[in-house]
Design a protein around this ligand. Structure first.
Ligand SMILES: [Zn+2]
Length: 358
């Protein structure tokens, strides 16, 4: 009976350890005073975008003194295969170019190239993409035409590329390097190009998840941990497919709350890169591999990872801390399982012994 008691005590201890560790993981990182960097990435400013909304949005960001990275689509495509330059058919209106030029002067607005005409060039059934699978020479023509156009019209250098639908391939990376683009901001794509010098700053969350993202980034080491909030005009649309003033004012409240937090710094994508730090291929690869790894998918606190940790782009250091915690949880689970098996085995053997005596 002494052995049963010992096993029971061990079991209870493991349960307590396991749950205090896995369920309260968020509290066990400890508090840090590092700055949390928040980037706002507004996609789909293009020939077809709503001028009223653009005006209102830019005014809000400038009034609150919050930098903004604008993903600009320079052209509309008529998809005329016979045209001498099939990628260009229409462009940004002078009104839109003037609006962009006006806000660039504030120094806290960055113009990024968001594709060329944001059309689907992929085959039905494949990943939706403007660039993936396109020959490198064609990608070069497309991206250079968009980059040159914006640089000439706006008198600013384009350093950031945002592929439509966050989709691209290793040829895109080579083209961006050739064109001296510094950074690509996409999603969690697995791309093989280890020798690239390009910087990677992926999107991490949408507007509803901002507070959760800030919360978790404040709890782990903030060093180089970045939050990239991606949004579109359609995020603010109401029932009539028009911009909802309620949604817009809620967004203003969120922005105001953020700007009141002492540990938050706002930057554009290019400001983050210019300030230095590790944003290379390797960090991006480790980040993607971590979230796609099999063991993360089977963790008991998977929800916690998906709903909170995924909202930030952790530094390599932060990612190591997170991995360490998760490995501990897995180890505790295995020990718990072993203890349970020992208990069952012991009880069964006693029962068999009793039956044998009769
Ligand atoms: Zn887009």
């Amino acid at each position: 009976m002494h052995l049963i008691k010992s096993i029971k005590s061990l079991y209870v201890l493991m349960v307590v350890l396991l749950y205090s560790s896995s369920l309260n993981m968020e509290h066990s990182f400890g508090a840090h005073n590092d700055k949390v960097v928040v980037i706002f990435r507004y996609d789909d400013f293009g020939p077809k975008s709503d001028m009223l909304f653009n005006n209102e949005l830019f005014y809000i960001f400038s009034r609150l003194n919050i930098p903004l990275t604008i993903g600009v689509i320079p052209f509309i495509n008529n998809n005329d295969q016979n045209s001498s330059n099939r990628f260009i058919s229409d462009e940004l209106s002078s009104e839109k170019l003037e609006l962009l030029a006006r806000y660039i002067r504030l120094n806290s607005f960055e113009i990024a190239l968001h594709g060329v005409s944001h059309i689907i060039n992929s085959s039905p059934g494949d990943e939706i993409s403007e660039f993936k699978g396109i020959k490198m020479e064609d990608q070069y023509k497309m991206i250079s035409s968009g980059k040159e156009y914006l640089e000439n019209k706006l008198g600013t250098k384009i350093n950031t590329f945002i592929p439509p639908w966050n989709s691209y391939d290793s040829e895109t990376v080579k083209v961006l390097e050739k064109l001296n683009i510094r950074t690509i901001s996409a999603g969690s794509n697995r791309i093989l190009c280890p020798s690239t010098k390009l910087n990677f700053l992926p999107r991490t969350c949408t507007i509803p998840a901002i507070k959760k993202a800030v919360d978790i980034a404040s709890q782990i080491h903030g060093e180089d941990s970045v939050i990239v909030v991606i949004f579109h005009s359609y995020d603010f649309k109401g029932i009539n497919n028009t911009i909802s003033n309620k949604k817009l004012s809620e967004f203003v409240n969120t922005l105001t709350w953020l700007s009141e937090q002492e540990n938050i710094t706002f930057k554009t994508i290019d400001q983050v890169i210019a300030d230095g730090g590790d944003y290379g291929f390797d960090r991006n690869r480790r980040y993607i591999e971590f979230y796609n790894s099999t063991y993360v998918k089977y963790l008991p606190n998977k929800e916690y990872i998906n709903s909170r940790l995924r909202n930030i782009y952790p530094s390599s250091n932060s990612l190591n801390i997170i991995k360490g915690k998760l490995h501990l949880i897995i180890a505790l689970h295995l020990i718990l399982l072993l203890a349970a098996l020992l208990c069952v085995g012991y009880v069964l053997s006693r029962l068999l012994l009793q039956l044998g005596k009769r």
